[in-house]
Design a protein around this ligand. Structure first.
Ligand code: DND
Ligand code: ATP
Ligand code: GLN
Length: 755
């Protein structure tokens, strides 16, 4: 009885006095607990944000404003941490402009104006810009709070493959966990009197958690910094990226992020640039927040919004529990050198320690992936949109042949018009204003809500026929144009072709004739090429003058090209024909993928005419059609588009020369083909590849979509002048062919040796 009374009194006393005091003491001591162990025991919900920004190289003011907008949105969503894309102040793709000192000066000016803006206070900011430290250029993360720069963290592992050339502009900070002092420029010192900042591979220690920054490529390296950081108590990883789109690449990125947090535990905040920032790449956003291997928030991969912020509320306790694995603990205690921790005298969790039912942890969700067909519909469409609005263009002009390639280009423009219309319907002011500017519409009530109407204002197509053209291609082109709404012209240019040939005849006294009428191969090719080249000249004339004809004085149209990866690789195109244009949305996409895309678009965009394009035999229609001859691409090329796709992948991705390509295909194609047939095919491919490599130097800038792209100007650097004979390789190939044939015939192979 006595004991019971005492217990009750004690309970009351505990509830009313002791427990609140304990809480207060715990809260006060919590800061030091985190400091010493990096593992605070108290559960905390914190809200964090990351973003995708459509930055434009060297558009310092525009980039700054988009950064400010993202900070504003993150704060509106109650975030206490905002992460932005790599080099967001300059735009990621400045290339050699990163060597100019102006770029660094303007970066500090913009960064200073962000720091000084009181609207950016009350949130931890992780912003990307280039910094010169002791005369050396680095690609850096700037971490700040309330106008104070806490840390400048240079990128340790630079991206230098494929399209990336970071080693050309920056030096990697190869000293892991090493930190120095950086003297800040005067313009920053003048703001709040801060003179120096820590510069190097350190982490940030807030009062309730520890944050570490990783930059793009570092996630892709075998020894990613987040591993050492996790073992040293870092709970929140930021990753700021300038990562471009390639078909099917999101899976790689996602797998890496999921695996990182699955193995190490923690929250990963992935931020990426979005859009065309001035070159052939499209950065495909898709900001993400992933915790312990589970996706909490995912942004759009392709979109028309210039600023997109995603936010999640996480419970730090979930990370601590996840890390209670013995092996995590054992590896943590094995860490030889700790990261320097730069203190942030503030918490990321809301102040106060009481349970707040209004703060709700975000639930995991399934990852969303686009199919490759959707990626083709969306990526190049968004790229074209950024390009045309940023270059002040009045729209596009496309020579539309009735074949698959120019059809795919037209459908991508149609997809762009659909995206514009969806964004306009959602009230996206930026998109509406850009559309008015491009279409030169003065009426402030007009909005581009109808994709067909919008296309009619900005998209122009022309069928440029000759006597070799068929009514099938002419009609298909006209029907497609009508369905998508482009302003279409159908014309015949025979008089132009015959005038040029007559000029030649008058000058030389000789008139070339087609092969089927008895002409030579060289005459036959010359007669084809002149038709193709004249189409290019006409296209530029129409692109310049069509807006004028339509009483729209504003400006010219961008000429679109439609050469695909496979034709480029084989050189099956006329140099300076319609493959020479201003932009090419499909230059990085294979014929196989394009066909799948057209099939998808037929259903998705309700364009039944597209089925006719798929079922038609691809033909250039440059030679006369007779009762027993119709020109066909695959017969002309001596190889099928499917074979070309395989050669392309083996050459670029598997890094095969003729010999190793033959060995790979030997196993793949026998017994369907004999070794001798395979050898002939490989030799044929490399012959045309080498003979036509010079054509790649003149190719129109095209959307980079594939890692087997043959784009000579940025991605696939090779000599122009290559001997097409590949004598040594072919000799070795033939030795294997002969050995196989002897073996097949049951003869001895001892007298044939292969290295
Ligand atoms: N090593 C080298 N370095 C730099 N330039 C070099 C060169 N070799 C030739 N050249 C230049 O290139 C010219 C030859 O190239 P080019 O004029 O293009 O002509 P060429 O490659 O000889 O013929 C065009 C090819 O494309 C095919 N084609 C034409 C039209 C449409 C389509 C289709 O896609 O359906 C296909 C046509 O059947 C033929 O196979 C030479 O006259 C010379 O000016
Ligand atoms: N009759 C035509 N009218 C308008 N443009 C044409 C015509 N023929 C060819 N072109 C243009 O020249 C480009 C190359 O023509 P080519 O005949 O080589 O076809 P291709 O590369 O297979 O493309 P497509 O599948 O669009 O015909 C076409 O993509 C198109 O832009
Ligand atoms: N900017 C970077 O570091 C990007 C490199 C990385 N491999 C990617 O493609 O995403």
């Amino acid at each position: 009885m006595f004991a019971a009374v005492e217990e009750t009194d004690l309970g009351k006393w505990y509830d009313s006095l002791l427990y609140p005091m304990l809480l207060l003491l715990l809260e006060l001591s919590e800061y030091d607990t985190v400091r010493s162990t990096g593992n605070n025991k108290m559960g905390h919900l914190i809200t964090v944000s990351t973003c995708s920004l459509n930055q434009w190289s060297l558009d310092f003011l525009g980039n700054r404003d988009r950064i400010l907008e993202s900070i504003k949105l993150a704060k509106q969503q109650n975030s206490t941490l905002r992460v932005g894309p790599e080099l967001e102040i300059t735009g990621y793709g400045c290339l050699d402009h990163f060597l100019e000192t102006d770029t660094y000066l303007h970066s500090w000016e913009m960064y200073g104006s962000i720091l000084a803006n009181p609207e950016t206070f009350g949130i931890l900011l992780d912003i990307g810009m280039p910094v010169i430290h002791k005369n050396v250029r680095y690609n850096c993360r700037m971490i700040s709070y309330d106008g104070k720069i806490l840390l400048i963290r240079p990128k340790l592992w630079l991206a230098n493959d494929g399209n990336y050339r970071e080693m050309r502009f920056f030096t990697p900070w190869q000293r892991v966990k090493y930190v120095e002092t950086h003297s800040l420029p005067t313009l920053i010192q003048r703001l709040f009197g801060q003179k120096t900042v820590r510069f190097g591979d350190a982490v940030i220690e807030a009062m309730d958690t520890v944050i570490g920054a990783e930059t793009c490529e570092e996630l892709f390296t075998p020894q990613s910094p987040h591993i050492a950081m996790a073992l040293d108590g870092v709970e929140i990883f930021t990753n700021s990226s300038g990562s471009h789109h390639e078909l099917r690449k999101l899976h790689t990125r996602m797998d890496l992020i999921q695996e990182a947090t699955q193995k190490c535990g923690g929250v990963y905040l992935y931020s990426n640039q979005r859009g065309c920032d001035g070159d052939r790449l499209y950065y495909d956003g898709c900001a993400m927040i992933v915790m312990n291997g589970k996706v909490l928030a995912q942004g759009a991969q392709f979109a028309m919004d210039d600023v997109e912020v995603i936010t999640a509320t996480i419970d730090l306790d979930d990370i601590r529990s996840y890390r209670s694995l013995i092996s995590h603990g054992l590896q943590s205690t094995n860490v030889e050198q700790s990261y320097e921790r730069v203190s942030l005298d503030s918490k990321l969790s809301p102040s106060g320690f009481q349970f707040d039912p209004e703060i709700i942890p975000t639930k995991p969700q399934a990852i969303r992936y686009h199919t490759p067909e959707e990626e083709i519909a969306l990526g190049p469409a968004c790229w074209l949109w950024d390009y045309v609005r940023r270059c002040n263009g009045g729209g596009f002009f496309l020579p539309l042949s009735g074949g698959i390639d120019s059809c795919a280009t037209a459908v991508i423009v149609h997809s762009m018009c659909r995206l514009v219309s969806e964004a306009a319907k959602k009230g996206n002011k930026q998109v509406i204003n850009d559309a008015r500017k491009i279409a030169n519409v003065k009426d402030q009530d007009w909005e581009p809500v109808d994709p067909v109407d919008f296309a009619n204002r900005i998209f122009h197509t022309a069928y440029l026929g000759t006597e070799n053209s068929s009514s099938e291609t002419r009609d298909r082109a006209a029907q497609l144009a009508q369905d998508i709404g482009s302003y279409h012209i159908g014309l015949n240019m025979d008089s132009l072709v015959s005038s040029v040939i007559t000029v030649f005849e008058v000058a030389t006294g000789k008139r070339p004739i087609f092969k089927i009428f008895g002409g030579s191969q060289v005459e036959n090719l010359a007669l084809q090429n002149i038709q193709a080249r004249l189409r290019m000249v006409l296209s530029y004339l129409f692109a310049q003058l069509l807006p004028w004809c339509r009483d729209n004085q504003r400006g010219g149209l961008l000429v679109l090209g439609s050469a695909n990866v496979d034709e480029c690789l084989r050189g099956y195109l006329t140099k300076y024909d319609c493959s020479s244009a201003d932009l090419n949305p499909i230059g990085g996409i294979s014929k196989t993928d394009l066909k799948k895309f057209i099939r998808y678009a037929a259903d998705q965009f309700d364009l039944p005419i597209l089925i006719d394009f798929i079922t038609a035999t691809p033909t250039a229609e440059l030679e006369p059609i007779t009762a027993d001859y119709v020109q066909s691409d695959e017969i002309d090329m001596g190889m099928s588009y499917d074979e070309l796709s395989q050669y392309g992948q083996l050459r670029k991705i598997s890094k095969c020369g003729p010999y190793s390509m033959f060995l790979k295909l030997y196993h793949e194609w026998t017994p369907r083909l004999t070794p001798r047939q395979i050898a002939e095919k490989v030799r044929g491919f490399f012959w045309f590849y080498a003979v036509n490599r010079h054509k790649m130097t003149t190719m129109t800038p095209s959307y980079h979509a594939e890692n087997y792209s043959p784009d000579d100007n940025r991605f696939d650097l090779r000599p122009i002048l290559i001997s097409p004979r590949f004598e040594l390789a072919n000799q070795k190939i033939m030795e294997i062919v002969e050995m196989s044939e002897r073996r097949e015939q049951g003869k001895s192979v001892e007298d044939l040796t292969v290295d």
